[in-house]
Write a protein that binds this ligand. Sequence first.
Ligand SMILES: Nc1ncnc2c1ncn2[C@@H]1O[C@H](COP(=O)(O)OP(=O)(O)OP(=O)(O)O)[C@@H](O)[C@H]1O
Ligand SMILES: [Mg+2]
Length: 249
Amino acid sequence: MDLRVEGLSHRYGDTVVLDDVTLDIPAGRIVCIVGPSGCGKSTLLRLIGGLERPEAGAVHQIGAPRATSLNPLTFVFQDFALLPWRSAAGNVSLVLEDHGGIDRDGIVADVLERTRLSEFRDALPRQLSGGMKQRVAIARALAVSPEVMLMDEPLSALDAQTRELLMDDLIDLWHRERFTAVYVTHNLAEAVRLGHRVVVLSRRPGRIREVVEIDTPLAERGAMEDVQRHLWDLMRDEARAADAELIDA
Ligand SMILES: Nc1ncnc2c1ncn2[C@@H]1O[C@H](COP(=O)(O)OP(=O)(O)OP(=O)(O)O)[C@@H](O)[C@H]1O
Ligand SMILES: [Mg+2]
């Protein structure tokens, strides 16, 4: 299933947050969204996921979701959002509890295997590092067989080295499964490592400044400084302006 975001605009009160955003999310691709702080990245993701209704425009699903997809648009958040009293397996199975007629234990075992977490199935979140917690959150997202994963700064709570490890995991997973993702990040190195396409939003109200296609296969993304510099050139001035903006008290 592809997604097409068409002419999406949104405001909160008098604040226009997104202005006429149009973009395609093709199946099997990772589309990264970058842009200055507060430009509307998370809002865009919430609109795509149907958590909020846009003021104008629409998100079209092209091709119906597979019948086996329990939740076609599934979020992965920065803060993991695991229940502390449930094991890794328990956290994964939580999202399956509303669904009848499925082999819950089988699905949990399968996604833990696919995310290399089988031996941690009984661990509680407090026993796990931040990186492991986010791996469990990714396993939980995969458990519902999403068509598109909506990832809002999934690695931002992690230290630099753990981020590197998780990026490797995601690349590995993508090679095995060709999942589709909209991946919001303020970290250009992440966008350049993981994105088949990087959408650069302007400062609020978020408009599309440029869509940068990165053709280099994910496995060969070593020295991508040029692309990263180009992305930063597009963002630098606006990032500085957003940073200097006074917070409305
Ligand atoms: N529910 C809301 N009600 C009112 N204003 C909101 C709401 N959610 C977001 N905003 C405002 O909309 C703008 C865009 O917010 P959003 O969280 O989408 O930006 P972002 O690009 O994800 O920012 P960040 O880089 O900090 O994560 C900000 O000015 C924010 O304060
Ligand atoms: Mg955000």
